[in-house]
Design a protein around this ligand. Structure first.
Ligand code: HEM
Length: 256
C-alpha cells in the first residue's frame, strides 16, 4: 500500500510539471510534446477526465509501457549473450543496412528482418506477460469448457507458443524460424504467438514497443558485443506484474 501511495505521489509530480509546462508555453496546447500534455489538454476539453482518471491513465502507461518493453529487451539480450552466432548475424544485417550512415529512417529499420526475428523469438520463449487474466462478459463454451459470466479465465500465452504443433523444436531459441516461408505463408500458426494479447484489447503499444526494441537492439549490435557477466544458467524468471530475468548481468563490450 505504501508503494502504491508513493507511485501516486510521483504521478502527481509528473502531472504538476506537465501543467506548469502548459501554463508557461501555451503553444503546447496545440502541439503537445508528450502524452501527458495531450491527456491534460484533452481532459479539459473532450473527455472530462477527473484528476484521478488522469493519474490512473498515467499509471497504466507506466505499468503497461515501461517494464514490459524493458524486460522484453532484457530477455532478448539474455539470448544474444547465449548465442554469439546470432549476434554475428544480426550485426552483419545492421552493418549492411546502415553502411556509414546513422540509423535515421524507417526505411533502414524496415530492412532489419533478422532483428525482428530475434525479437519475436525472444518474446515467444520469454513473454513478459505469460499469463493474462480476463473476465467473461457472458456465459460461453470454449471447446468442452463451460465458462459462466463473471468467471476469471487465465490465458496462458506462452503455453500455446511452446506446442510442437505450432513450432518445430519449440524449446529451442531459433530466430531463423521466423524467416521461413512455405508457399508464401509463414511456417507457423500466428494464433500460437500472442505476446501482445489479441482481440479488441490487443496491446495498443505493440508497434511502439517493437520499434523501440528494434532500434535499441540494432544500435547494440552495431556498436557492442554482448557478453554474460553472470552464470546464465542461474538466471530465473521472476513474475511480478511482468516477467523479468532475475539475476541477469551482462557486459557490453565496444566493437573494435
Ligand atoms: C514488449 C512490450 C509489451 C508487451 C509484451 C505488452 C503486452 C501486453 C499485453 C499481453 C496486454 C493485454 C492484451 C489483452 O488483454 O489481450 C497489453 C495491454 C496493454 N498495453 Fe501493452 N505490452 C507492451 C508494451 C506496451 C507499451 C509500450 C504501451 C504503451 C505505450 C502499452 C500499453 C498497453 C495498454 C494501455 C494496455 C491495455 C489495453 C486494454 O486493456 O484495452 N504496452 N500489453
Amino acid at each position: 500500500m505504501q508503494s502504491v501511495h508513493k507511485i501516486y505521489e510521483m504521478i502527481a509530480g509528473f502531472v504538476a510539471a506537465a501543467r506548469a509546462q502548459l501554463a508557461a508555453r501555451p503553444e503546447l496546447r496545440e502541439h503537445p510534446e508528450n502524452l501527458l500534455q495531450s491527456l491534460l489538454v484533452a481532459a479539459e476539453t473532450d473527455t472530462g477526465f477527473d484528476a484521478r482518471e488522469i493519474a490512473d491513465n498515467v499509471l497504466t502507461m507506466l505499468l503497461a509501457g515501461e517494464d514490459t518493453t524493458a524486460n522484453s529487451l532484457a530477455w532478448a539480450l539474455y539470448f544474444l549473450a547465449r548465442h554469439p552466432e546470432v549476434q554475428t548475424r544480426m550485426r552483419a544485417e545492421v552493418d549492411t543496412a546502415l553502411g556509414e550512415r546513422a540509423l535515421e529512417s524507417f526505411e533502414q529499420i524496415r530492412e532489419l528482418t533478422y532483428v525482428d526475428a530475434v525479437i519475436n523469438e525472444a518474446m515467444r520463449l520469454k513473454p513478459v506477460a505469460p499469463l493474462n487474466v480476463v473476465e467473461a462478459n457472458r456465459d460461453l463454451t470454449i471447446g468442452q469448457l463451460r465458462v459462466r459470466r463473471g468467471d476469471a479465465v487465465a490465458i496462458l500465452s506462452r503455453a500455446i507458443a511452446l506446442r510442437e504443433t505450432a513450432f518445430e523444436q519449440p524449446s529451442q531459441f531459433d530466430p531463423e524460424r521466423w524467416l521461413l516461408v512455405e508457399g508464401g505463408r509463414r511456417a507457423f500458426n500466428p494464433r500460437s504467438f500472442m505476446p501482445f494479447g489479441s482481440g479488441p484489447r490487443l496491446c495498443p503499444g505493440r508497434s511502439l514497443a517493437l520499434l523501440e526494441m528494434k532500434v535499441v537492439l540494432a544500435m547494440i549490435a552495431h556498436h557492442f558485443h554482448v557478453e554474460a557477466a553472470c552464470n546464465l544458467d542461474q538466471v530465473t524468471e521472476r513474475l511480478a506484474f511482468t516477467m523479468s530475468p532475475h539475476g541477469l548481468r551482462l557486459r557490453l563490450v565496444a566493437r573494435g
